[in-house]
Design a protein around this ligand. Structure first.
Ligand code: CS2
Ligand code: MN
Length: 370
């Protein structure tokens, strides 16, 4: 297991590379060129520039999160071919700069969805939360109309005022698009990009839908074991892989995470793992928690054990953390709680290692080589 940390870049992250470097066991950062409009090819010189910032601090840069997919590809429009060619170019350029894994998602219109970005827990920390009723009562078209008429904001990511007209248009374009259509559009994309990923030895790793069910009436196809199985079989190659995100998949109790890890690792399809915990409530709501097994509903011990037993040598990053100790950072992405998460996760890994058989090599690179 190679421990990594997500970093949004020097202008967009309150956390610095020097701080990340001080987290024990840290090997590298996961980042992206988020200023490049979705659909355009990433220029090699920009990738190399970012890489140099990172490697000059003694950290590796081998995982991208994310190269986002243009909506025309998800919608299956004729214009998709140009965007797919740009994506292929991006893969080639990333490979030239030493990137090994590209995380992406295939969620229409929005990335992750929450109803609250700062729910307060009993200890005074704040976390991202999802209240089903709040989201399910929203009719997106009515909400968009209301937003256009009033100056009142709706402060969720993806619903920014400047995006309103695009959102309306997108919702209209997705009308009638079924899950099967979306699967077919993903397959079309994978059939074009996986051969390039193979040739340049970069692993594509699809991130599950978060939460793993349909929101705002939009189709979603990366929700559970069956979906993932269907996706990895679309192009049967280790370069067509998964970003196994325990917080996203864990929001649906039917997902048996340790079993899924063992199965997809046995097929060499998990190059990248996101680990976090969430607390599921009986009514389907959930909120994010500290990483420990006892803090949430995901058994992180069993999850780490499944990775350990599978001989996992891929990249892992702690996913969202709580906001603690008065930190002022991007919701979910503060330094402190994610660093605590790293320590818990590497503690679990170390104890499995010390307990013995089978012995897998450490992939810690700072001070822990045996
Ligand atoms: C999120 C996503 O749960 C997560 O990891 O922070 O934004 C995620 O990075 C993207 O969906 C991956 O494409
Ligand atoms: Mn994730």
């Amino acid at each position: 297991m190679k421990i990594t940390f997500r970093w949004f870049g020097k202008d967009d992250d309150s956390v610095t590379l020097n701080q990340i470097k001080q987290i024990p066991g840290m090997t590298g950062v996961v980042s992206a060129l988020s200023d490049i409009p979705v659909g355009e090819a990433w220029p090699l010189n920009r990738i190399v520039e970012l890489k140099e910032q990172i490697t000059s601090k003694g950290l590796r840069f081998e995982v991208i999160e994310s190269v986002n997919i243009h909506e025309d590809i998800k919608l299956g429009l004729p214009t998709r071919d140009t965007y797919i060619e740009n994506y292929q170019r991006t893969i080639r350029n990333l490979a030239k700069a030493g990137i090994k894994v590209i995380c992406y998602n295939f969620m229409p219109v929005f990335d992750w969805t929450r109803s609250d970005l700062a729910k307060e827990l009993a200890d005074g920390s704040t976390v991202l939360a999802y209240e089903k009723a709040k989201i399910e009562n929203i009719d997106p078209m009515i909400l968009l109309d209301q937003m256009e008429k009033s100056s009142q904001g709706f402060s969720l990511p993806g619903w920014e005022r400047e995006r309103l007209s695009t959102l309306k248009q997108l919702f209209r374009m997705y009308e009638g698009l079924t899950e099967d259509d979306l699967f077919a559009n993903l397959q079309y994309f994978l059939e074009k990009v996986i051969p390039v990923a193979e040739e340049f030895d970069v692993r594509m790793a699809i991130h599950p839908d978060d939460p793993p069910w349909s929101v705002f009436g939009l189709p979603r196809i990366v929700k559970n074991r069956n979906d993932l199985e269907r996706i990895v079989n679309m192009v049967d190659s280790p370069h067509n892989g998964i970003t196994f995100c325990t917080g996203s998949l864990g929001a649906n109790r039917v997902n048996d995470l340790p079993e899924m890890i063992k199965y997809f690792c046995s097929r060499d399809r998990i190059p990248f793992v996101h680990i976090r915990n969430i607390k599921l409530l009986d009514n389907g709501d959930f909120y994010e928690t500290a990483h420990r097994s006892c803090d949430g509903s995901n058994d992180l011990y069993e999850i780490v054990k499944a990775l350990y037993d599978s001989g996992f040598t891929g990249y892992m990053r702690p996913d969202h953390g709580r906001m603690i100790w008065n930190e002022d950072a991007r919701p979910g992405y503060g330094l402190y709680d994610r660093a605590l998460g790293v320590m818990y996760l590497s503690g679990l890994w170390d104890s499995l290692h010390s307990a013995g058989v089978p012995v897998h090599p450490f992939h810690y690179e700072h001070g822990c080589k045996k």
